[in-house]
Ligand binder design. Sequence first.
Ligand SMILES: [Zn+2]
Ligand SMILES: [Zn+2]
Length: 264
Amino acid sequence: MENETILRFGVFLGLFAVLALAETLAPRRPRAIPRRRRWVTNWGFTLLNTVTLRLMAVALPLLAVGAALDAQAGGWGLFNRLDWPAWVEITLAVLILDFAIWAQHLITHKVPLLWRLHRVHHADRDMDVTTAIRFHPVEIALSMGLKIGLVYALGPAATAVVLFEIILNGTAMFNHSNLRLPLPVDRVLRLLLVTPDMHRVHHSVHRAEHDSNYGFSLSLWDRLMGTYVAQPADGHDDMAVGLRWQDDRPARLGWSLALPFRRR
Ligand SMILES: [Zn+2]
Ligand SMILES: [Zn+2]
């Protein structure tokens, strides 16, 4: 399992560096506020989320991956009762987990209490690779709890859980990046994956737009469930990203941490 942590951390850092460089060389939109202020805050969230998950790991060893190993040892969950080829089970498990994250994301937009937590992610004035790691620690803890429950119900191989987490982390960094992709490339890529232009619609200040495109990895779920919006009404250059009322305060860590508990 130590290899698993090193693998995940290595892929994360490597992809982060590549995307940060790519979005600097070929930016999609000009920045509203200096990068350094937002980056300190967004990395602050990542550090806090890492500590939160480490604390959870004291009670629930190895979190989602540990749950998969535990379920396997106990013979619990759907896939531990089936005898299908490993590649079929792994593919299905990754697809089901990806759909569950899509559904969880939709619910965080519909339940007012959960939206209070999730709007910390949406409060980012600019979108770039660090927006992908900007989540409130309570949302991260709830999301991990849900994932652990689902892993016990599904009983996927630990490999499937590691693969799913690497894919989710990687695609989230990709689709939040401020990377200018040639439009034909975007058009082909979004047949399968959520592209930066597709996820930017979700960060629009307009309600109808930010209640769309909930997917992080596959674009399939939004197309299937009728929540797909192809482009922002105001265009990618002129659209406003973030929350309707917001100013520069979301660039501050303390203010952002307290955001779920503020009146508006
Ligand atoms: Zn959202
Ligand atoms: Zn987002």
